[in-house]
Ligand binder design. Structure first.
Ligand SMILES: [Fe+2]
Ligand SMILES: [Fe+2]
Length: 155
């Protein structure tokens, strides 16, 4: 599977988690409960961003001239990281909800730009064989079974 097909698949799962974190913030003032939801999001979001930063962004870097959104994507990863840290440190229920709102707004926008612009731009820049090789690397990291290729990375 090409990396540019696998990453939107990860997005689909994380969109569900965005919904859960947003619902939790809307439904409870319990700081611990909101921190718990944010912690799950942090775990998934950071591991997803690391796959992008390790496998995709460096391959696009030489084409930066054609890849204006690349710098924006990297900068948004930093800002998401900062907002996750801020949310975990916030102890006031109202202020925490406000940080979570900012976090989710940025995260939704970021995912939409990747889905709608970055991954589409990556397709003609990186050839099919490269995208498939990168997709296999992602599968090995995630220890997922790829049909017809055995269980990569689980040996
Ligand atoms: Fe990203
Ligand atoms: Fe992403």
């Amino acid at each position: 599977m090409k990396l540019t097909d696998a990453l939107p698949g990860e997005h689909a799962v994380i969109y569900e988690l965005f919904g859960y974190v947003g619902d939790t913030a809307a439904n409870t003032n319990d700081v611990q409960e909101n921190h718990g939801a944010v912690s799950v999001l942090e775990r998934l979001l950071l591991s997803h961003a690391k796959v992008e930063e390790d496998l995709l962004f460096p391959r696009l870097e030489p084409h930066r001239g054609q890849m204006g959104p690349l710098a924006v994507m990297g900068e948004e990863h930093r800002r998401l990281d900062d907002l996750l840290k801020a949310a975990k440190q916030e102890t006031d229920a109202g202020a925490l909800k406000s940080v979570i709102d900012q976090l989710l707004e940025l995260a939704y926008g970021h995912f939409r730009k990747e889905d709608g612009v970055l991954f589409a731009m990556a397709q003609p820049v990186l050839d099919e064989a490269t995208l498939t090789e990168l997709g296999d690397e992602r599968a090995a990291r995630r220890k997922v079974m790829v049909y017809g290729q055995g269980c990569l990375g689980a040996a």
